[in-house]
Design a binder for this molecule. Structure first.
Ligand SMILES: Cc1cc2nc3c(=O)[nH]c(=O)nc-3n(C[C@H](O)[C@H](O)[C@H](O)COP(=O)(O)O)c2cc1C
Length: 396
């Protein structure tokens, strides 16, 4: 019985690190890896919470077998059906053919459509409870955090919330698993990146879920990604509250696209002017170099957003347009925006960004600043003015 990690005396961590996958959802970079967390309660009835990505099934089942030590697995609770958590369900069913799979109506629709599984089902409704012996589970449906079937399970004796993807983040657990065992600031940035990239679009549904859970005396939050919060669960709850309300800090993100440095020159000048105005948090980010995942993360944090682009084939520089498409998907709100850029002959880059801003009803701090080929002495006043208007708004 080696390598067994207890969350409490009878609750075990059976998740795994993934340092091999480079892109989460084949899209979001994973420089620090990711975990697929799963948990097991041993009681009169033994229950597993979610599974792991199919690439990790073998190690996962080995861990479960070690802990159960010949005992049977009675239930599998599926809080979320995304394949990074549901990928081992078929194998669990093969290993434990008598298991009952607990989920809601939508879970079972997805289970059939994804894996063809239609047997061993135990359907629950919002607020239903199941007794395990010493432990008691209560189910809370939390749709669209961030899929339609998503739910959370509260274990009432030890007051632990099995939260699915909510409160989770990127980053492997390198030894430490609990919030008090790790440098939590190292994880917080990756938790916000996970939130903004994966869950961010669903802020109102996160708020609805948090209201539903607000009466619970939660001692431990066990998400399906990242650290387990046992010492300060209030910290991740308040961060989630802030992010899902689209609240901001004082600071400006300048995201730009530039082939030959002319638009970048404007970005650097504006950044210097913002600093003159007393803004300390300024992030100048090259959209060709920095994946939009990281730019979105910074935009989720700060109130001011400046977009810079050259003109490329009559339109926005493609890497910048990609960022705009993503931000539009995320439904970003409560920010103030500004635009600057360059063109050679006909223009179209700056105009294209302004169209995005209008379409999304995002607020602009002042008119855009556009120059032919490169900014010179006569353009600096306008750029300084853009920085001043932006600084004024983010300090409000
Ligand atoms: C491949 C390419 C395509 C371009 N397409 C246009 C265009 O359609 N319309 C235009 O006005 N300028 C166009 N330009 C000119 C650039 O927008 C201009 O040179 C600008 O100063 C480049 O800024 P940068 O150095 O920040 O990339 C193009 C330049 C290149 C290299």
């Amino acid at each position: 019985m080696d390598n067994i990690l207890n969350i409490t005396d009878s609750i075990y961590y059976v998740g795994l690190n993934d340092r091999d996958t480079h892109l989460f959802e084949n899209m979001w970079p994973l420089p620090k890896g990711v975990t697929y967390n799963s948990y097991l309660i041993k009681d009169e009835k033994n229950v597993l919470f979610d599974t792991v990505k199919a690439t990790k099934t073998h190690l996962f089942i080995e861990k479960i077998n070690n802990i159960l030590d010949g005992k049977k697995l009675d239930y599998l609770v599926i809080n979320h059906m995304e394949p990074d958590h549901s990928g081992s369900i078929s194998d669990i069913l093969r290993a434990y053919p008598d298991i009952k799979i607990i989920g809601n109506k939508k879970t079972f629709e997805f289970l059939k459509a994804l894996y063809g599984i239609e047997s061993n089902l135990y359907e629950i409704k919002d607020g239903d409870e199941i007794d395990l012996g010493k432990h008691k589970l209560k189910f809370y449906l939390t749709p669209m955090v961030h899929w339609p079937e998503t739910m959370m399970t509260f274990e009432e004796t030890e007051k632990i919330l099995f939260a699915g993807d909510a409160f989770g983040g990127f980053g492997t657990l390198d030894g430490g698993v609990f919030d008090d065992e790790v440098d939590i600031e190292y994880y917080e940035n990756e938790i916000r990146r996970y939130y903004s990239n994966i869950v961010g679009k669903f802020g109102p549904m996160v708020q609805r879920a948090m209201k539903k859970l607000s009466g619970l005396d939660i001692k431990i939050i066990a998400s399906t990604h990242g650290p387990v919060w046992r010492t300060n669960p209030g910290r991740i709850i308040s961060l989630y509250d802030k992010w899902s309300k689209y609240e901001t800090e004082e600071g400006v993100v300048i995201a730009y696209g530039s082939m030959y440095g002319n638009t970048e020159k404007m970005a650097d000048y504006i950044a210097r002017c913002l600093s003159d105005e007393g803004i300390k948090n300024i992030r100048v980010m090259n959209s060709s170099e920095v994946h939009e995942s990281f730019i979105i993360n910074e935009i989720w944090r700060f109130k001011g957003v400046l977009f810079g682009t050259n003109t490329y084939n009559n339109g926005i520089f493609p890497r910048m347009e990609n960022l705009l498409i993503n931000l539009e998907h995320k439904g970003i709100k409560n920010r103030v925006f500004g635009v600057f850029g360059t063109y050679g002959w006909s223009g179209g880059g700056v105009k294209g960004i302004v169209e995005y801003i209008k379409k999304n009803k995002w607020e602009m701090v002042c008119d855009p600043v556009e120059v032919q080929f490169s900014a010179h002495e006569e353009h600096y006043e306008k750029l300084r003015n853009l920085a001043k208007e932006m600084a004024k708004r983010v300090k409000e």
